[in-house]
Design a protein around this ligand. Sequence first.
Ligand SMILES: Cc1cc2nc3c(=O)[nH]c(=O)nc-3n(C[C@H](O)[C@H](O)[C@H](O)COP(=O)(O)OP(=O)(O)OC[C@H]3O[C@@H](n4cnc5c(N)ncnc54)[C@H](O)[C@@H]3O)c2cc1C
Length: 404
Amino acid sequence: MGTRTNWSGNYTYDANKLAEPATLDELVEMVTSARAVKALGSRHSFNGIADSPGSQVSLAGLIEPPRLGDGTVTVSAATRYGELGQALIAEGRALHNLASLPHISVAGAVATATHGSGLRLGNLSSAVRALSILKADGELVDLDAGHPDFAGAVVGLGALGIVTELTLATEHSFDVWQTVFANLDWPTVTERFTEIMGAAYSVSLFTDWSEDGVQQVWVKSRDGAVTELFGRSPETVQRHPVGDNPGDFSTVQLGIPGPWNERLPHFRLEFTPSNGEEIQSEYLLPLDAAPAAIEAVRAVADRFRYLLLVCEIRTIAADHLWLSTAYERDSVALHFTWVRDQAAVEAALPALEAALAPFDPRPHWGKVSVMRPKHPRLGDFRALAERWDPRGLFRNAWLDRVLG
Ligand SMILES: Cc1cc2nc3c(=O)[nH]c(=O)nc-3n(C[C@H](O)[C@H](O)[C@H](O)COP(=O)(O)OP(=O)(O)OC[C@H]3O[C@@H](n4cnc5c(N)ncnc54)[C@H](O)[C@@H]3O)c2cc1C
C-alpha cells in the first residue's frame, strides 16, 4: 500500500511510484519498459480508476502552450481547464462548457466523460475532435473523428494508452451572466423540470433532499441576467453550494457579466473547489425519467441524508461516444457530495442505487458507486481495450471490476 492519495484523500494509490517524464522520449521509454503503468491526471477522481499495480505517470512536465487551429485548439494532456480557458480568452475563443471546477486536467476529464450542465450541451468529451495516444508498444497513434476507433477511444478510462494531446472544438468567446435563486418546492421542480433546466444556457439545482425542495438554483445565461424565476428574485449575496463555505470561493454571481471561463465553472481556480474533504457519487439517467427519479430518491433520502453535504442535479445532451455516460440519450445527472466516510458511504449506496435501478442509471466513471455498470457499449469497449493493450499494461483493479 502506497502513501500518495487522490485529491480528496479518500483513496490511497497502490502504485509504487509516480514518474514525471520531462520529454516524450522519456515517456516512451518508460511505457515500453514498464510492467504496469497508468496515466494520472490532476487526481480528482474518487476511486481507483487512475491507480496501477506498477507505477503511475504524470504528464505535467510535458505541457506546451495550446495551439489554435481552425475552430479548434490542441492541448497537452495534463493542461488544466483553468489555464486553457485563460489562453483561449486571450485569443477570443471559448469552449462550449466546463465542469464545476477548472482545476482538472483535460485528458483526465475527457477519460471519464466529465460534464457540466445544459439541456443542449454535451459533456466535455463531446468537444474532442482528435487525440494522440501512446500505445503499450510505444507507437503514437493519432485518431480523428474519421478513425473507426475514435468513438470508442475518447472516453477511454485510461485503458487504451497514454493520451499525449487532444484537439477540442472552440467557438467565439462569449460572456455569461450568473444568478442564483433560492428555494424551489418539489412539486415545481418535478412538474416543470425541463422548463427550469431550460431557463438558461446552463442550470444546476442544489438540494439536501429535505421536504423544502431545492435550496439553490444556479442559472448561467448567455443572453443577459435572468432576473426572475417563478416569481422569485435573485439572491443578492454570493452563495456557495456546500454548507458554510465562503461565497467568495464561487464564481461571480449577482448577474454581473463575465467571460465564459469565469462563470461556467461553479468554483474559482484560486480556491479549493467544493468542500475538499468529501466523496462524490453521480448517476446519469434518461432526461425524461427526471421527475420520477427525483421522487424515487426523495422516498429513500432519509436513509443517507446524514452523510450528505449537498446534491446537485444537472442535464447533459446525448452524444455518440461509446463510454460516455450520456451515450445516445439526453440525460439528467443526480450528483451526491458526501462527507468523507468511505465505509458509511459505501454502506448507504445500495439503497440509493436500488431506488435508481428502474431508470437504468449509469454511474460516473470517476466517482464512487457500488453497482456493476451496465453500460450498453461496455462489451465493445472491453474488446477495443484488449486490442489496443493486449498485455494489459494499463489495466488495474478498478478496470478489472468494471470491464470484467
Ligand atoms: C471537487 C470536484 C468537483 C468535480 N466536479 C465535477 C463536475 O462538475 N462534473 C463531472 O462530471 N465530474 C466532476 N468531478 C470529477 C472529475 O471531473 C473526474 O473525476 C475527472 O476524471 C478528474 O480528472 P483528473 O485530471 O483529476 O483525472 P484523474 O482522476 O487523475 O484520472 C482519471 C482518469 O483519467 C485517466 N487519465 C488521466 N490523464 C490521462 C492521460 N494523459 N492519458 C490517458 N488517461 C489519462 C486516468 O488514467 C484515469 O483513468 C469533480 C471532482 C472533484 C474532486
